[in-house]
Ligand binder design. Structure first.
Ligand code: FPP
Length: 235
């Protein structure tokens, strides 16, 4: 049988800290390695024919971590984004971000904008990085956006359907087909709630920095073993 390739894959990048401490390293080393893994994976997954890869890099709740860890991650975002625009361009990957501005610093925000602008013409697949992101917050922001459109007579109440909500989320992306959370945790933790309604879910024990190409192939095998019915009956 022909291999089915999901259109949209979501990954909750979990286990960087445990990957590092299990090797006697600082947690920050795990985040650094996680970023390297993310670049390798994005290349591999989008070359396989997946159109969109969404990843949960930093949740609104992650600001509750120690100042040292948050500062490290913010600096990694700034340096990592600025330093990898050309790498994403050579791989024809368009990078977009999902999430709120506040309380991100202007330096982080500008690095995100530079990355989006610098890769906007690429056509080989989309890497959607969810940063300072929450799934419920996205639904709240979309609700406000739609109410404003109604107030400004751009749409009527009757125009609000499941499709218009989908189109007015942070980005107009198709639903997630395959959701992966690494490190053995079995939770969705407020990630892309609206987009995930019928996603197949895969929870490998592997820590994210070790989740490289062959691990994704296993996820794809799992996906291919699933019988997706979207609430219908088995044919
Ligand atoms: C979860 O592992 C990971 C994070 C909170 C950060 C994710 C960040 C990266 C993969 C690196 C940077 C990414 C980009 C986009 C530059 P954890 O810290 O919760 O690990 P633990 O559960 O083992 O403590």
């Amino acid at each position: 049988m022909e291999e089915k390739i999901p259109t949209h894959v979501g990954i909750i990048l979990d286990g960087n800290g445990r990957w590092a401490t299990s090797r006697g390293l600082k947690r920050s080393e795990g985040h650094k390695e996680g970023f390297e893994t993310l670049k390798i994976l994005a290349k591999y997954i989008l070359k396989k024919g997946v159109k969109i890869l969404s990843v949960f890099a930093f949740s609104t709740e992650n600001f509750k971590r120690s100042k040292e860890e948050v500062d490290y991650l913010m600096n990694l975002f700034i340096k990592g984004f600025k330093g990898s625009i050309s790498e994403f361009n050579s791989n024809n990957i368009k990078v977009v971000f999902s999430g709120r501005k506040e309380p991100l610093s202007d330096d982080v925000w500008n690095a995100m904008k530079e990355m989006e602008d610098g890769t906007k013409d690429n056509t080989g697949g989309i890497l959607n990085i969810c940063l300072n992101y929450g799934g419920r917050a996205e639904i709240v922001d979309t609700t406000k956006k739609l109410i404003n459109k109604v107030i400004n007579n751009e749409i009527s109440i009757e125009d609000i359907t499941e499709e218009t909500i989908e189109k007015n989320l942070y980005h107009d992306l198709p639903p997630i087909d395959l959701l992966i959370r690494t490190s053995g945790e079995v939770r969705v933790s407020n990630f892309m709630l609206y987009q995930m309604a019928y996603a197949e879910m895969y929870f490998p024990d592997t820590y994210f920095p070790d989740f490289k190409e062959s691990e994704f192939d296993k996820a794809l095998l799992y996906y291919n073993s699933r019988d997706r019915r979207f609430g219908g009956i088995k044919k």
